[in-house]
Design a protein around this ligand. Structure first.
Ligand code: SAH
Length: 339
């Protein structure tokens, strides 16, 4: 619609916008001069007014479990990470939405270096286009907005990028295979619901006890858990738009019996999927994953309470695939070199 408006204002046929989209996102032509069904003067006009932005691949790491992590440099020299996680026939793309993060969750590296800026729509979509080339001939089957940053804090650009990714003139990616993960910004969850986009939503829960959650996730002080859960219930609207609760198991924080009991109670109060994930350790925090014995007890309590859940071992441990880990490692290496 934006392109249609722009073209009409410049007195070019508005319907060319669909042709242009198809050239870019379906035929993947990054050259206006090759867009043969568009008039020559218009091709020249496009080349004068637009360019094809690129991400520069700085580092690529492959885990022994197949997870691939890419460190990309943006035009302003900021860097972001994009991860592809293979699982059977699935290849899940995990995209970043911001350079850095404002939310400072106590165990997450993304917030450690602070926030720099929101990603542009092109920078979000380019992660898809570049990763697709890099993993070819495999194809991306799922997209999760779960990389660096808080997607709902860059709301407009994230929504616009999803519109391009899922548009039938664009990449035509299946909406129900797209999901956003949030630390819990109630106001934006409500806005997402009102937009009725048809994507899935995950909440990074990590504790079912609001006071405890506030200690690890400062956002909980602004948007307390009870409010977030209410917004999720409205979003889910009896399973039409499924919601997932993500619970990263961290020793000496949320892995005890009472934590499991509270989690069971909360998970049963809302129509949701529950994902338990093991904490991915890093040298920058003293947090650890619980022992296998503690994990077993935790799982047993959930089962005894008839709570359905999936348990995921951390993926890409050996390549620092958790949030912000590659970027932080790289920054340390860089600063060492500078010294
Ligand atoms: N801001 C959004 C999306 C980015 S974080 C959100 O909070 O959901 C993506 C997920 O990775 C979150 O669930 C986050 O809690 C989790 N995460 C961050 N660091 C981790 C680590 N070291 N090990 C396991 N999961 C981690």
């Amino acid at each position: 619609k934006e392109l249609e408006k722009f073209l009409s204002e410049k007195r070019y046929p508005f319907f060319s916008s669909k042709q242009i989209f198809k050239w870019i996102y379906q035929k993947r032509k990054e050259d206006f001069s090759k867009m043969s069904d568009i008039s020559k003067p218009m091709r020249a006009f496009l080349a004068d007014n637009f360019y094809f932005s690129k991400l520069k691949l700085l580092e690529e790491l492959t885990s022994c479990d197949g997870t691939k992590k890419f460190l990309f440099v943006l035009e302003d020299s900021s860097s972001i990470e994009t991860v592809v996680i293979p699982e059977g026939q699935r290849n899940t793309l995990c995209v970043s939405t911001q350079v850095g993060c404002k939310f400072s969750c106590g165990f997450c590296l993304s917030g450690r270096a602070g926030f720099k800026r929101n990603l542009k729509v092109s920078e979000i979509i380019n992660q898809y286009l570049e990763a697709e080339k890099l993993i070819s001939p495999r194809e991306i089957t799922n997209i999760v907005f779960m990389g660096i940053g808080e997607p709902l804090d860059n709301f407009d650009n994230v929504i616009k990028s999803i519109e391009v990714l899922t548009s039938s003139f664009g990449i035509h990616f299946v909406k129900r295979r797209v999901s956003i993960s949030t630390a819990g910004i109630t106001a934006k969850i409500k806005e997402l619901k009102s937009r009725n986009i048809g994507i899935k939503l995950s909440l990074s829960l990590h504790s079912a006890d609001s006071d405890k959650r506030s200690k690890m996730m400062p956002i909980n002080k602004k948007y307390p858990l009870a409010e977030v859960i209410e917004a999720l219930k409205e979003f889910s609207h009896k399973g039409k738009f499924p919601v997932t609760l993500e619970y990263v198991l961290i020793k000496d924080f949320n892995s005890q019996r009472e934590d499991a009991l509270k989690l069971a109670k909360l998970a049963k109060s809302i129509d949701c999927k529950l994902n338990i994930i093991l904490y991915n350790q890093s040298q920058y925090f003293s947090w650890e994953a619980p022992s296998s014995k503690e994990i077993d007890i935790f799982k047993k309590i959930l089962k005894a309470k008839n709570v359905l859940f999936t348990f995921r071992k951390a993926r890409g441990n050996d390549i620092l695939a958790a949030c912000g880990q590659l970027k932080s490692d790289f920054a340390v290496e860089e600063s060492r070199e500078n010294v």
